[in-house]
Design a protein around this ligand. Structure first.
Ligand code: PGA
Length: 254
């Protein structure tokens, strides 16, 4: 049995005081939600304050990126995985499509970040997903397969078993256009088959694969009903504590 993960990606939203106010309200709304791992990814500047507020709670914290270089060094503007860990976070989102699209992130840089994150003891949430043009031209699986083999290179099966994958079709992010549960399930099953080819059956069965792209309280339940969907990475609908708690508590919505 894979334990579900519901993660909220705040992107470039919320000042420090807004972040703290949010988690204060949110904590009370999910205090009994023990059926899944709950993760929140604030901006770098709010990480420490959010982690302090959530200490001892059932909510973990993630960064939205880490530097490719581990530890410390002359890399102006970068924040290393060790620093993220030091702030109290346990996860790092890597290779989000917005980083691939606007900041030149490649499978190679995602792979270096992945190794740095794992070296620092963070659980990486590695994002993959095709664009609309790629899907329309029948390239969706080829693209995702390439992203997986590049981003997950040089991983031992033992390390691979601890990562989380997020399948986020670019055409579904922030567009209100969710992939149907069937389309998502099909790709999740494909991702699991690739994980099996790369790392073996046991690893493939243990890795959690999250769906991301316009997840809302209204569609989370049908997505979670699918065999290979183990959770969600939520953008817009994670910005409000009530809406995000309704997603976390998807089982109450049946
Ligand atoms: P969305 O974003 O839920 O706003 O579509 C998802 C994501 O980018 O992780």
């Amino acid at each position: 049995m894979r334990r579900p993960v519901i993660a909220g990606n705040w992107k470039m939203y919320k000042l420090v005081n807004e972040s703290v106010e949010y988690v204060q309200a949110f904590k009370a709304l999910v205090v009994q939600s023990i059926h899944c791992d709950i993760v929140i990814a604030p901006t770098f500047t709010a990480l420490k304050a959010v982690c302090s507020k959530l200490e001892g709670s059932n909510i973990a914290v993630s960064s939205q990126d880490v530097a490719a270089e581990p530890g410390f060094g002359a890399f102006t503007g970068e924040v290393s995985a060790e620093m993220v860990r030091d702030a109290g976070a346990g996860y790092a989102i890597l290779g989000h499509s917005e980083r691939r699209q606007y900041y030149g992130e490649t499978d190679g840089s995602v792979n270096r970040k992945l190794l740095s994150a794992m070296g620092a003891g963070l659980v990486p949430i590695v994002c993959v997903g095709e664009s609309l043009t790629e899907r329309d031209s029948g390239q969706a699986q080829t693209v995702v397969e390439r992203q997986l083999s590049g981003s997950l290179a040089n991983l031992t099966p033992e390390r691979a078993s601890r990562i989380i994958i997020a399948y986020e079709p670019v055409w579904a992010i922030g567009t209100g256009r969710t992939a149907t549960p069937e389309i998502a399930q099909q790709m999740h099953a494909f991702i699991r088959s690739r994980l099996k080819a790369m790392f073996g059956e046991e690893v493939a069965q243990s890795v959690r694969i999250l769906y991301g792209g316009s997840v809302k309280p209204e569609n989370i339940t049908s997505l979670m009903d699918e065999l290979d969907i183990d959770g969600a990475l939520v953008g817009g609908s994670s910005l409000d504590p009530v809406s995000f708690s309704n997603i976390v508590n998807y089982r109450d919505r049946r």
